[in-house]
Design a protein around this ligand. Structure first.
Ligand SMILES: Nc1nc2c(ncn2[C@@H]2O[C@H](COP(=O)(O)OP(=O)(O)OP(=O)(O)O)[C@@H](O)[C@H]2O)c(=O)[nH]1
Ligand SMILES: [Mg+2]
Ligand SMILES: [Zn+2]
Length: 353
């Protein structure tokens, strides 16, 4: 089992770069809790109600203390991967978490706490037909909101032409630092390693199958984590990452592998796009066709509003792009339903995110 091997590598570690990147800002907390007989550790994995925590002496499986369960008001009160926690061991490899030390930032998506205490994010994408600027922009703004430095990695460039690469390079422009790599052909992977700085903590972001785990394995030099093999037939990956892991890279930086989202997270920050959807939904009742896609149909109130200037061209384009992405992913379930129903349902779904 991968996890067992992982524990072994961790237990052989020497903490020459400081203990799992422990921030000096928490030195006082560290000293006072230690004086009270507690251990300090970092959450490196999270499972249902169960946390894998690395301490200075090894790895333990931990649960949160009962009264934290009762006093917790929200998900944010519970530990997450990346957290520094105060714990009391009660068995060789078991412990109870008493306290979560103050975080310097949190990363949340759709009200779900993803990870904490993150310095940088490696946003991974592929240059083929799944490439989406809208999605990249959402990831970048998510990072900025959380005070995390983003950098974009376009992986699998072995699959496309250099013209395609140039087009994408132009599209990305100055959105964030970007690097074009191939794990398979070993292109620019050394440059990528240099992006991760010792003692800092990073997280991998990006859709399922873009190669996040492959990149980590490539950097580690050993296939420590299972990667997905995409089955051509069912278009679904086996071995895709199912839980988050925090691990140390050879240069002493820390990296969280993160399972990619299968469906497209359309409105992670709802301002703007939600307004556009409201406006378009209201207009669509005036379209001539009940199942109008608001693109080429005659009597479309939406395209009319764009030419009238009451709906901005930019918002409209953004809307089309999101609908296209979403319908790409929804294709199979949508096939079963009527077209008219599909779009309004999709719109509702988008708005409720
Ligand atoms: N052609 C090509 N394939 C790659 C490259 N890097 C990764 N892959 C393949 O892409 C597939 C998915 O890779 P993973 O690393 O499992 O993807 P992931 O982003 O971790 O996916 P999730 O864990 O589901 O989020 C695997 O079959 C890899 O072999 C690359 O540079 N070029
Ligand atoms: Mg993975
Ligand atoms: Zn229309």
């Amino acid at each position: 089992m991968i996890w067992k091997e992982y524990i072994m590598t961790i237990n052989n570690r020497s903490y020459k770069n400081g203990f799992l990147g422990f921030p000096s800002t928490l030195t006082d907390e560290y000293n006072s809790r230690q004086a009270q007989g507690f251990d300090i550790g970092r959450v490196i994995e999270e499972h249902k109600q169960r946390y894998i925590v690395e301490t200075e002496t090894g790895v333990v499986e931990a649960e949160v203390i009962g009264n934290l369960l009762y006093t917790a008001l929200s998900r944010e009160d519970f530990p997450a991967v990346g957290d520094w926690v105060v714990l009391m061991p009660y068995d060789e490899d078991k412990a109870i978490i008493h306290e979560v030390l103050p975080r310097f930032n949190t990363l949340s998506r759709r009200d779900h706490l993803v990870a904490t205490n993150i310095d940088g994010a490696c946003i991974v994408t592929t240059p083929n037909r799944d490439f989406s600027m809208a999605r990249l922009e959402r990831y970048v703004s998510l990072c900025h909101q959380s005070n995390i430095t983003p950098f974009i990695v376009v992986n699998k460039i072995d699959l496309v032409s250099s013209e395609d690469i140039n087009t994408i390079r132009e599209d990305i422009g100055s959105l964030a630092t970007s690097l074009f790599i191939s794990c398979v052909d070993n292109i620019s992977t050394e440059e990528l390693k240099a992006c991760f700085q010792p003692t800092k903590t990073y997280i991998m972001l990006g859709s399922s199958g873009v190669g996040k785990t492959s990149i980590i394995n490539h950097i580690l030099g050993t296939p420590l984590l299972a990667t997905q093999e995409i089955s051509e037939k069912v278009q679904r990956g086996k071995h895709q990452t199912t839980s988050r892991h925090l691990l140390e890279l050879p240069n002493g930086s820390y990296l969280i592998d993160n399972p990619g989202v299968r469906e497209v997270g359309i409105a992670d920050h709802k301002e703007g796009i939600e307004q556009t959807f409201d406006q378009i939904e209201a207009l669509s009742s005036q379209c001539y066709y009940g199942d109008c896609s608001h693109q080429h149909e005659r009597g479309c109130a939406v395209t009319q509003a764009v030419s009238d200037g009451t709906l901005s061209e930019g918002s409209y384009q953004h809307y089309l792009k999101l609908i296209k992405e979403a319908s790409h992913y929804e294709a199979t379930s949508l096939e079963r339903k009527q077209k008219g129903k599909q779009l309004s349902k999709l719109i509702r779904k988008v708005k409720n995110r």
